[in-house]
Structures are given as structure tokens and as C-alpha cells.
Design a protein around this ligand. Structure first.
Ligand code: IZC
Ligand code: ZN
Length: 423
């Protein structure tokens, strides 16, 4: 086998990664990562060729480019596995209402919340959506995110749902960050369908068929929540998605626990997301399945609400991921590192647990755990060089962007906090 690299990151003071080729990382094992000092990463054709310590020269040929990490920290590209990336406008007009204590679901019930973003997104052109979302992706990349999941759900009806997903496809093709798309037509019930719920769900399933035909999404998701969609409605949508060959996700136990987590496990969903008010029965179900428990602590921070019981979940041997939930309502920030700061302070997760949660387990939540989420031979060469000496420092020194450089599929795309290469 050819051992000569296109490029090698050298002089890595501390390299941190989930242990290579471990699969989904559950329970106690989440507190274990691999740390190498004086390390290098050799890359060829966008893939990691070798990871080691000391002498790297067996991988060096006449044309090999050396990237000097200057003794800094290097980790895997971060995977943000739950966002509502593509939407138009923002919701600061509801911010004061929220601060005065009006609950999230009350704002939605009054036709605001998700439904105000729906109106803005329906009215926006593809170009407007592309520009706003591209700006968000730039911020994410500069904060170390190299793969992001993005949901539709601000169109509700076929035309604008497909518009969102097409914009996302174009972004995926034209931006260094990889985007995994999820169809979330069942994000809210349009006001005009309040007395015809099943009719709307039929429309969601019909749209799903077009999404499949045009290959616009890998996953289907639903907002299973009191006042939004019931468990039975979720079953109808997710079973239809499964028949069409989609991977499954669910928004569950965010405000009230209805049984969405148990449903996700029964149907073999890749992840169940939110879980702020998860019950013992939900934890039992996740224990027996490979459905990833995807926690979104920025949302708890922003809504000033409960945090998912991460410690209890890890003690129960679950596989936990952490995501930003970036969206214009409950989590309006693309700063994934800040999400990880919150995971440390409020979820009380250890630095090692957070690294596994934001890389390999997040990758498994996207069914990509054998391709991204670790610095290991054969994985995509997605790396972050931090202006820091060690990983705990990044979590401790909060609300700061410690990312210096980002390498995506072997190419330097962020240098000194500036995006230098487009696709
Ligand atoms: O726009 O409020 N929770 N969906 C479910 C969201 C939050 C996004 C939003
Ligand atoms: Zn969400």
C-alpha cells in the first residue's frame, strides 16, 4: 500500500479522538478517549492514511505538504447532528414575550413561533434562503463543525419544503461543510388544517415521496409534542418514512413526555432528540436499542428550561450525542462550541464524554459513524486545530472561538479563523 501522503499535519501537541473503530460509544465508555502527544496525521485523497507519534517521514514524499500545528491541540471535525439550518429571517420580535415568561408552545398556539418562521420562509426566494444559510454555515465551520444535519420544516407544504431541501442540496455542493438533510414536513400543523389533521399528515407523506424521488433527504423527522403531533400521528409519519427507506429521527420529550422516545426505539430510529423530560421508560427503551440519545442543551439554556438528565442517561449505558439545535426560535446560535460549554456546565458531562458526544456518537446519529467523527485510518480527513493546548481548556474557557484552522477532507478550508477555500 502506498504510504506517501498528500499532506501531513505535524507537530501536534495533543491529539484527541474517540477510540478508533469502536462503534457507538455507550455509558461509561463515553469517558474514554485516545490522547496522543507529539503526534501527526497523514492524509491522502481526503482520507486519513495514518495517525501516529514521533517520526512521520515514512509518509513524506517530494510533493507532500506539511501543515505545522505548532504544538497545538487537534481534534476531529465536529459533527452537529441536529439543526434547523435553512430558514428565513429571525424571531427577535418574540424575544421580549419569551423573556416575560410566555411559554414556547403558547407562542406557537397563537400562530407565532415556528409558524412565524414558516411565513418568512415560504415568502423567501431560494437565493435569499441560500445567502442566509450560507452565512450560518460559515459561522459553523469557523467554530469547527465539518458536518451538519439540517432539517426542512419551515415550508410545511410541498412547494416550500422542497425549496428548503433544494437550497440545502445546493449548499452541500458549494460549501466545504457536508450537510445531511432531514425532511421535517411535520414540524407544525398549518392553521388552516386545525380541523383536518389527517389531511395534513397525508400531505406530508405525499411530499415525502417526492423528497425520496428527488433524493433530497436521508432522514425523516417529526415534532412529537403536546399540542403539535401525537405519538400515533408520529407513528403514521415515521412508518411511512421507513417503508420508503428513510432513516428516522424524532423530536421527543422536549416539553412533555408523550412516548415518542419509545416509538423511536421500536421503529429503529437513528436518534431521538431533545429528551429534556425523558422518563424512566424512555431510558429503558434507549438502553435496549442503538438509537442515539441526542441532547440539545443550548435549547434548555435559551428557553431557561429543564436540561436533559445526561448523567442519569450515561449511567444507564445510553449512547449520548450533543447538538446545537440551531434554529430561529429556541436556539438562535450557530456557535457549537458554546453548546459544548453548556454540556460541561449544565449537563455535567466530562470533556471526554463531550468529545465522543460531538463527534463519533453524533456521526452515528447520522448513520455515518464509520466515515466521520474520529481521527482514524480510513476516516475522512476532517480535523480542527485549536489555539489551545488541550481539550478540557476549550470547554473551560467558555464562549470563545478557540478554533484556529479547519481541514475538511484533507484540504485546509479555515486558516487563522478565516475561510480560505470554497468548494
Ligand atoms: O423554530 O422553534 N423545537 N422546533 C422544535 C423548533 C424548536 C424550531 C423552532
Ligand atoms: Zn429541532
Amino acid at each position: 500500500m502506498n504510504k506517501i501522503a498528500d499532506s501531513i499535519v505535524i507537530n501536534i501537541g495533543s491529539l484527541v479522538t474517540p477510540r478508533p473503530h469502536v462503534g457507538l460509544v455507550r455509558g461509561k465508555k463515553m469517558d474514554d478517549i485516545l490522547e496522543l502527544n507529539d503526534a501527526f496525521v497523514a492524509m491522502r485523497n481526503g482520507i486519513i492514511l495514518a495517525v501516529g507519534t514521533g517520526d512521520y517521514t515514512i509518509h513524506q514524499g517530494a510533493d507532500t505538504k506539511l501543515i505545522d500545528a505548532g504544538g497545538r491541540l487537534v481534534g476531529p471535525g465536529l459533527v452537529d447532528s441536529h439543526t434547523h439550518l435553512v430558514h428565513y429571517g429571525s424571531r427577535e420580535h418574540e424575544f421580549e414575550k419569551k423573556l416575560r415568561g410566555v411559554p414556547y408552545l403558547k407562542i406557537l398556539e397563537a400562530g407565532g413561533g415556528i409558524l412565524s418562521s414558516v411565513k418568512m420562509t415560504q415568502d423567501a426566494s431560494e437565493r435569499q434562503l441560500y445567502r442566509q444559510s450560507r452565512h450560518s454555515l460559515d459561522i459553523m465551520l469557523k467554530h469547527g463543525v465539518t458536518t451538519v444535519e439540517g432539517k426542512s420544516g419551515y415550508g410545511l407544504f410541498a412547494e416550500s419544503e422542497l425549496k428548503q431541501l433544494r437550497v440545502q442540496k445546493k449548499l452541500n455542493e458549494t460549501h466545504p461543510v457536508d450537510i445531511v438533510s432531514t425532511y421535517l414536513g411535520a414540524h407544525a400543523l398549518p392553521v388552516e388544517y386545525r380541523d383536518r389533521r389527517q389531511k395534513f399528515l397525508d400531505h406530508v407523506v405525499e411530499t415525502m415521496e417526492t423528497v425520496k424521488k428527488e433524493d433530497l433527504a436521508a432522514f425523516v423527522d417529526i415534532f412529537c409534542e403536546k399540542g403539535v403531533f401525537t405519538v400515533e400521528e408520529s407513528r403514521f409519519v415515521l412508518e411511512s418514512a421507513k417503508k420508503l427507506g428513510f432513516g428516522l429521527k424524532i423530536h421527543a420529550d422536549e416539553i412533555e413526555a408523550l412516548g415518542g422516545v419509545e416509538l423511536a426505539c421500536e421503529l429503529g430510529a437513528a436518534s431521538a432528540d431533545h429528551l429534556m423530560v425523558i422518563t424512566d421508560s424512555g431510558i429503558e427503551a434507549l438502553k435496549k436499542h442503538d438509537t442515539v440519545a441526542n441532547i440539545l442543551p443550548s435549547t434548555s439554556f435559551n428557553l431557561n428550561s429543564d436540561y436533559a438528565p445526561a448523567r442519569k442517561m450515561i449511567e444507564a449505558d445510553l449512547a449520548v450525542a450533543v447538538s446545537s439545535d440551531y434554529n430561529p426560535g429556541s436556539s438562535p446560535s450557530e456557535n457549537f462550541l458554546f453548546t459544548l460549554n453548556i454540556a460541561a456546565i449544565h449537563l455535567k458531562m466530562s470533556p471526554a464524554e463531550i468529545l465522543n458526544a460531538a463527534t463519533i456518537n453524533a456521526a452515528h446519529a447520522l448513520k455515518k459513524g464509520t466515515q466521520i467523527g474520529a481521527i482514524a485510518t480510513g476516516y475522512d480527513a476532517d480535523l480542527v486545530i485549536y489555539d489551545a493546548k488541550n481539550w478540557p481548556y476549550v470547554l473551560y474557557h467558555f464562549a470563545i472561538n478557540h478554533v484556529k484552522d479547519v481541514i475538511k477532507k484533507g484540504r485546509l478550508v479555515v486558516e487563522n479563523q478565516t475561510i480560505i477555500e470554497e468548494v
